[in-house]
Structure formats: C-alpha cells, structure tokens
Design a protein around this ligand. Structure first.
Ligand code: ZN
Length: 310
C-alpha cells in the first residue's frame, strides 16, 4: 500500500471515530451567581425568564440545564422556594429536559442550605470536590463539607456532576468513590479559564480528560473567551459541552451572547465536524441516569395545597 493511500485511510478512520462517538450532550449554565442583566440584558433571572430561555435552548439542541436561583433583587440565593419556582417553571415549559441544580457557595455557606437543592431530587446536582480561588473569593469546600454533601448525594440517589477546577478535585472524587459515597460511572465537568484556577488551555483539557477513570463521562465549561474554543476541542475529543451566560457573556465576535445563541453555535460546530447531538433521553442513557427518576423533582416542588380552615 502506498504511503498516500495509508494516510488517506488513516484520515478516514479518524473521521469515522467522530461519527462513532457518543452523541454530544449540550449543557447550558443559564444564570450563575455573578452576571447581572446590566452586564448582559439577555441574562435570565426570574423563573419565567429562565423557563423561556430553557425552551429556546431546548429547541436549539440543549438537553441539560445547570440552574441557580436569584432573589427579587437579582442577588444569588439558596432560598429553596426560589429553586422550587425555577424547577416548576422549567418543567412546565420543557418537561423532558434534565435538571442539574447548583450547590455553589456564592449564595450562602450554610451546609444544609447548600444541600437543599439536592434534596429537591433533581436528576443531577453540581458537586465541587475541593477549594480554590475565584475572582474576589476563596471558593471554599472543606473536606468535611465535601463528605457531608457526598452523603446527601448517596442518600438521595441524585447524580452529581463533579466540578473540577483543579486536578486534586479528581483525586478527591475518586477517594469518595472508594469510601462508597459515589458510584461509577462518574461524570466530571472541567471548569477551565476561571481567574484564580486552572487556565483554559487545550493542554489542561487533555490532561484532565486523561486523568479520570475509564468509563467516566466528561464535559467542559470554558470560562470567558475559552468557552467556544474548548467546547470545539471537547466535541472532537469525545467529551461533552457546557455553555451559557454563567460562564461567558460574549459571542466569539465580541457581541453580547444569549444562551440560545451559544447553543446554536455549538450545534453548528458539532454538525460541521460530523458529531450528532443527543436528545434528553439519549443523554440520560449516556450519563447512566435512572429514567425512573426523570420526574421525581416534581413531587418536591409542587405548590403546597391551601390549608383547610378549622
Ligand atoms: Zn453554577
């Protein structure tokens, strides 16, 4: 066989691999804790705005939604009623999507409050297995808190997305798995490019993706300018993608981003490369989510029936 023919076949093989990869799961981090509507008027803040954005992103191809809550002043909150209102509005607007509620610390430090969203029994929750610096704060997740939250995940059978800002957070997750808190297959999100944590480089993405156990799934959340480039790399590498205004407020051309526009961008890139986009049920299967738990969250967020008069 000539060298040219061999090279042509090798090219065809790698193209085939993209075709054979798992379908791409697109997650949207809709709101986060830091951005405001002053920074980007497309930011969804109220339950109604969040639900409308979910529907538009779902129509564009996203299936998994990372959800925070804000109070009436747009401030981040762990108030459980605010989470419930978001969940009710989202599930009414787009019943089939997968919800991943945030347990992040910017909205409060009380352990029970941070675990509250997991106790609502969404299909997934976020779980940062270590501490690091972020702009203006230490993002503190002590070993004691991590073990407490891992216990809540175990007891509720909610699947955690392990948020990895630094390599040690993978080791911490594997330690929790060894102690019986977390079950394989684990799902990781590599958060790269946040000021104060690991820079958003391809080298770091490759290193992290090769540092997790075989059979795990992973996604990447590139912060700021690294969002679309790292997403593109993840599409080619067989990972999954998280985009959204929580992580990045601008399109690559510098214009203000909107969640549906970011999803459309990812879908276009993935189709150009030849990788198909996962439906919600295909994403459940890829992430090994129990389909029986699909609507469990609805029981916990139903409005309380009015009290009977004595
Ligand atoms: Zn978040």
């Amino acid at each position: 066989m000539s060298g040219n023919r061999r090279r042509a076949l090798a090219g065809a093989d790698s193209l085939q691999k993209v075709k054979q990869m798992e379908k791409l799961i697109i997650t949207v981090a809709l709101t986060g804790n830091v951005p405001t509507r002053q920074m980007n008027p497309n930011l969804p803040v109220t339950a109604e705005q969040i639900a409308a954005d979910v529907r538009r992103c779902r129509d564009a191809g996203a299936v998994l939604f990372h959800v925070h809550a804000r109070d009436a002043d747009q401030k981040p909150t762990l108030d459980i009623d605010a989470y419930k209102a978001n969940v009710r509005a989202i599930k009414a607007a787009a019943p089939e999507v997968i919800l991943q509620l945030s347990t992040g610390a910017r909205a409060g430090r009380n352990w029970e409050d941070r675990a509250g969203p997991v106790r609502l029994l969404p299909e997934m929750g976020s779980f940062t297995t270590g501490s690091n610096n972020l702009p203006g704060i230490v993002y503190e997740n002590s070993p004691q808190f991590i073990e407490f939250l891992a216990g809540v995940y175990r007891e509720t059978s909610v699947k955690p997305e392990i948020e990895v800002f630094e390599t040690g957070m993978i080791a911490n997750a594997l330690h929790l798995q060894k102690k019986g808190f977390l079950q394989a297959p684990l799902h990781f999100d590599f958060v790269l490019g946040a000021p104060g944590a690991m820079p958003g480089t391809i080298k770091n993405l490759l290193f992290l993706s090769e540092s997790i156990p075989a059979g795990s799934t992973w996604t990447v959340a590139g912060i700021g300018k690294s969002e679309i480039p790292l997403s593109t790399a993840a599409i080619v590498m067989g990972g999954h993608v998280r985009v959204g205004l929580e992580d990045n407020l601008f399109m690559p051309d510098g214009s203000p981003a909107a969640n549906p526009l970011l999803v459309e961008k990812i879908v276009k890139i993935s189709r150009e490369i030849g990788r198909d986009i996962a439906s919600a049920d295909e994403a459940r299967s890829i992430l090994c989510l129990d389909p029986a738990n699909k609507d469990r969250v609805l029981f916990g967020v139903a409005p309380q029936p009015p009290q009977a008069l004595p």
